[in-house]
Design a binder for this molecule. Structure first.
Ligand code: AMP
Ligand code: MG
Length: 353
């Protein structure tokens, strides 16, 4: 398949190129596009054939449901059986934006889109390019992240092109992505709202609107034996090619231990990389040292994480050593993705301190 690569930035909206891109989706084709969280791989959410194509293009297991993206709050009614009062309140506060809500699906949403489930995940993104594409394509775009299954989600167009050229009809190069981590997912179908995936909209922010909000216990405790409630969270995700280990403990202890382990890996001829912060980057020696941002600025850390994991892949780094981050606020989403990327391999240095 030939893939057109078309540059449209938020400042180009409204764009004369959008009509033709929308037509591709209306005709059952696939278009990758920027959103404020990560790049998405979009097809018509109401067309079961489009959803099948999305799974095939990504190499994604078909029991891992897609998120349906809308660009008009009135369109929510068509997708869900009834809109819970909680959804209305969250939409008022956080839509358009990086929040996905799970509700009971209506009959028009094919089970191909929902991975066989009777519920549907819905998001109203804020990115102008995403919103105009959704409008041009009929209002309902099913889109997972625009990476091959198992790779880190793309936050730069070049990584979408690397993964999906030849697999989709078009890729919109919308430049760099502001948030860089996938949306927060909250399930509104149970007795109490429950966070199934942490993201930019934090537990604290949701509690301000809803009062009580639960978090899927498998997010809080890696050793929890329950199955994650979001099917996608069951898969190994966000993985770099190299072996990644996270070091948690007092800063000085972490720096010393990482340097010691880097040296041991180097001595065995392995190519090494370190994920450091602005505060510590000068303290390491390794083949590749990446500064993920300042500990004072978690948004910067979130926005850099996937790019850095991809860069290590580009450099064929074999052993990656990362500092750990706090588990509160946005840190929870950062640590959730980093732990998944590491296959939950951590070294706890608190006791040794
Ligand atoms: P991605 O599009 O790659 O960000 O993945 C979408 C995420 O949303 C996956 O983790 C899915 O498991 C989750 N998801 C989508 N629909 C549902 C649903 N109906 N119930 C629970 N989780 C869902
Ligand atoms: Mg994904």
């Amino acid at each position: 398949m030939e893939t057109q690569i078309i540059r449209i930035r938020e400042e180009d909206i409204p764009s004369p190129k959008m009509e033709a891109l929308g037509q591709i989706i209306r005709n059952g084709g696939l278009v990758a596009f920027p959103t404020e969280t990560v790049y998405g791989l979009g097809g018509d959410a109401l067309n079961p054939e489009s959803s099948k194509k999305i799974y095939a293009a990504k190499g994604r297991p078909s029991d891992n449901p897609l998120i349906v993206h809308i660009a008009d709050l009135n369109d929510l009614e068509k997708l869900v059986k009834n809109i819970p009062d909680t959804a209305g309140r969250l939409a008022d506060k956080f839509w358009p934006g990086p929040l996905t809500m799970i509700m009971e699906k209506s009959d028009i949403v094919p089970t191909e889109t929902t991975g066989g489930l009777s519920t549907v995940a819905v998001r109203f993104p804020s990115h102008k390019v995403a919103r105009d594409l959704i409008k041009a394509s009929g209002g309902y775009i099913a889109a997972p992240s625009a990476n091959l299954s198992g790779k880190p989600s793309p936050t730069l167009a070049k990584y979408v092109c690397e993964d999906l050229t030849g697999r989709v009809d078009a890729i919109i190069d919308g430049g760099d992505i502001p948030i860089g981590l996938e949306s927060t997912i909250v399930d509104l179908t149970g007795d109490k709202p429950m966070i199934l995936r942490p993201g930019y909209i934090t537990e604290e922010m949701l509690k301000e609107v809803l009062g009580e909000v639960l978090t899927d216990p498998t997010i809080l405790d890696a050793n929890c034996k329950d199955r994650p409630k979001a099917p996608g969270m069951r898969y190994r995700h966000y993985a770099p090619k190299g072996d990644l280990v996270i070091y948690e403990g007092p800063s000085e202890t972490v720096i010393a231990k990482i340097n010691e382990d880097v040296k041991a890996a180097s001595d065995q001829g392995r190519k090494t990389g370190v994920i450091a912060t602005a505060e510590t980057a000068g303290r390491y020696s390794a083949d590749s040292i990446k500064c993920i941002g300042s500990r004072e600025n978690e948004e910067e850390i979130a926005a850099s994480l996937y790019r850095i994991l991809r860069e290590f892949d580009d450099e064929d780094v074999e052993e990656i050593f990362s500092e750990g981050f706090s588990d509160s606020g946005l840190g929870r989403a950062i640590m959730n993705r980093l732990l998944k990327a590491a296959g939950h391999k951590t070294k706890n240095l608190w006791e040794e301190a």
